[in-house]
Design a protein around this ligand. Structure first.
Ligand code: SAM
Length: 277
């Protein structure tokens, strides 16, 4: 089907962009198809999209997926979507704030198993990704467009300047990589930053055999104050003396003055053994 001219449709519908909702839309069909290809969705998949916007990514997804359920908080987009999604019979738009929905409510709408594909509103990126990877919902893959600097943090490895607790949180639940970078000119209205598409393939067995809560507590603690040593951060977070923290760190095989950012996920798993009862 021929690509509708989104700008004209938006103008005709009298739609006004809301900056606070992160409304930066994409209309380039090649880019939309490339994001769908990155996600690897096919006719056997249920796809959940967060932020329907003008429905362009939704429509591109509907051409490959079995079913698309797309959430949008802004009801004033309805007249736009009535045009852009006309005839897309495997699409369901749900006008709800996805952040206010419980896992149970989400499950009742989307079912047991799905792939998430979205050009995310910038302000919900981190809480949403954390929630999805930590929840009991069966999310197979997450393919999301986010700000480039956030993308760099999501996929960073030990030794990189972008390495952060969220990099480790993601590594502990799966594998993440950047599939493409996208210049700001590809959006309208044009944002102030470039973006990138990150694909996360979830594997919730990676921490099997370890105390998950403990591992994540250790990771958060290690990055709480980046300039402090691991020992100092652990001593505060676990309410133990510095001597005790030093013993645990050195017994795990690390130098007493090491910083948290020097530890890989493997290293955190090793360290967690020292904190198990
Ligand atoms: N998917 C479209 C595209 O690629 O052109 C729109 C992407 S735009 C970056 C993000 C969309 O998410 C906006 O339409 C915005 O209204 C919507 N949105 C923002 N917060 C939301 C929330 N909490 N729940 C659902 N949708 C939300």
């Amino acid at each position: 089907m021929e690509q509708p001219n989104l700008k004209d449709i938006i103008l005709n519908a009298g739609f006004k962009f809301n900056k606070n909702l992160g409304q930066n839309f994409i209309s380039d069909k090649n880019l939309l198809d490339a994001i769908v290809a990155d996600s690897g969705v096919n006719e056997n998949d249920v796809v959940v999209e967060i932020g329907t916007g003008g429905g362009t990514l939704t429509r591109a997804l509907s051409e490959k997926a079995g079913r698309v359920i797309s959430f949008e908080v802004d009801k004033t987009l309805k007249p736009v979507l009535d045009v852009t999604l006309a005839g897309a019979n495997n699409v369901e738009v749900v006008f709800k704030d996805v952040l206010k929905m419980s896992d149970e409510e989400l499950k009742s709408v989307v079912g047991e198993r799905f792939k998430l594909v979205a050009n995310l509103p910038y302000y919900i990126t981190t809480p949403l990704i954390m929630r999805l990877i930590e929840s009991e919902l069966f999310v197979e893959t997450i393919t999301v467009m986010v700000q480039k600097e956030v993308a760099d943090r999501l996929v960073a490895n030990v030794g990189s300047k972008d390495y952060a607790s969220i990099s480790l949180a993601i590594q502990s639940y799966g594998e993440a990589h950047i599939t493409r970078t996208v210049k700001r000119d590809m959006f309208f209205p044009k944002p102030n930053v470039d973006s990138a598409v990150v694909k996360i393939t979830l594997d919730k067995t990676k921490l099997d055999g370890y105390d998950k809560e403990l591992v994540h507590h250790l990771i958060r603690a290690a990055f709480a104050m980046r300039r402090k040593t691991l020992v100092n951060n652990l001593s505060v977070a676990f309410s133990i003396s510095k001597d005790e923290a030093t013993k645990k760190v050195t017994d795990a095989g690390f130098a007493p003055l090491i910083r948290g950012e020097a530890l890989s996920l493997e290293n955190f798993l090793t360290l967690s053994r020292q904190f198990e009862n």
